[in-house]
Design a protein around this ligand. Sequence first.
Ligand SMILES: Nc1ncnc2c1ncn2[C@@H]1O[C@H](COP(=O)(O)OP(=O)(O)OP(=O)(O)O)[C@@H](O)[C@H]1O
Ligand SMILES: [Mg+2]
Length: 228
Amino acid sequence: MIEMKDVYKTYPNGVIALNGINVRIKQGEFVYVVGPSGAGKSTFIKMMYREEKPTSGSIMINGVNLAHLKDNKVPILRRNIGVIFQDFKLLPKLTVYENVAFALEVIEESPRLIKKKVMEVLDLVGLKHKARFYPDELSGGEQQRVSIARSIVNSPKIVIADEPTGNLDPDNSWGIMEIFETINDRGTTIVMATHNREIVNTIKKRVIAIESGKIVRDEARGEYGYEV
Ligand SMILES: Nc1ncnc2c1ncn2[C@@H]1O[C@H](COP(=O)(O)OP(=O)(O)OP(=O)(O)O)[C@@H](O)[C@H]1O
Ligand SMILES: [Mg+2]
């Protein structure tokens, strides 16, 4: 499903962000990625949707080696991977409905199917009743739920999230986690970088800890493990 072999990443400025990563994540797993600031978590995650290319090593996603993936094939990869960020990256001039539909429209689905799929995912994240609202009319938690709806509307097998609760209060953070668990129960792989100790220690999942670009810990039902 996701497999990295001897992945190294040196940024153009000389910073070594990943220093020999070897990992396998199976379909349907839920994985937290933890570690200190600057450890390489975001870089690790960016490798999976080819936001960054490795300096060396191989990255297999569903049998495709991203190191060799041509740039014009990257949009196809991105359709099969949902990505969620700390800032929600919604388009401010589009409604909730349009923000989610946008992801489907680019692959030319029929209008009827678009409506059905968009309303289904908005229902899943509890925002069907706000389909006509604009992002600035929503709370942070609601905006993040829209961004999740957008990321899963194409039914990706993998959802990758980089500190998805980073800008949210505890209530909203738990709400987001409920949605992730629902998606994961349906068989979607989730990889989530987080600094949220309470979530990691409460909703027990596989924990991969990265320090200085290396995996230093990988536990099936792990703990957050760092002092505040
Ligand atoms: N585009 C870039 N160009 C140069 N260096 C970068 C770039 N992006 C990240 N880095 C560096 O690579 C290292 C790893 O960064 P990364 O963003 O992966 O860390 P992180 O674990 O996600 O940290 P945080 O918890 O603060 O988000 C850091 O030293 C960072 O400064
Ligand atoms: Mg980061």
